[in-house]
Design a protein around this ligand. Sequence first.
Ligand SMILES: O=c1[nH]c(=O)n([C@H]2C[C@H](O)[C@@H](COP(=O)(O)O)O2)cc1CO
Length: 148
Amino acid sequence: MSKLSIYFCGSIRGGRNDAAIYHEIITHLKSFGKVFTEHVGSDKFNEEGIQIDDAKLTDKQIHDRDMSWLQSSDVVVAEVTTPSLGVGYELGRAIEMKKKVICLFRPSSGKRLSAMIEGAKCENLFQVHHYTEVKNACQLLTGILGNK
Ligand SMILES: O=c1[nH]c(=O)n([C@H]2C[C@H](O)[C@@H](COP(=O)(O)O)O2)cc1CO
């Protein structure tokens, strides 16, 4: 199995309610290769609510770094339960770059996933999976990425 370059998307400024879930998914993803955006699962934030690893960067530097990581990635995994403009933007750009995208959504949150994500499903290239427990989401990722 070759090592993958993985771009993980999860809400930052959109709200950090699911940060522990991102962390668990990222930890699992690391068994398949490199995760560029490990900081998305970090619990290190400064007093202004800015993610510590990115606090010294301008918004332009964050955007340009992330777009270059996205371009270099083999696969994009997004936890989309907490709505985030940044994640929506990343997914749109990933589609444009013809990346394989796997979206994970928890209906038990009571939220309804945007039609622009649910409706973007396109066979293997843009997948949207509903899950309950994080361990099920991780099993699903193993099934998809394990034999890549
Ligand atoms: O500090 C940051 N660092 C960073 O890498 N991002 C990227 C990665 C996340 O998948 C996504 C989150 O977007 P948002 O902050 O709009 O929720 O944007 C976003 C921010 C803050 O917008």
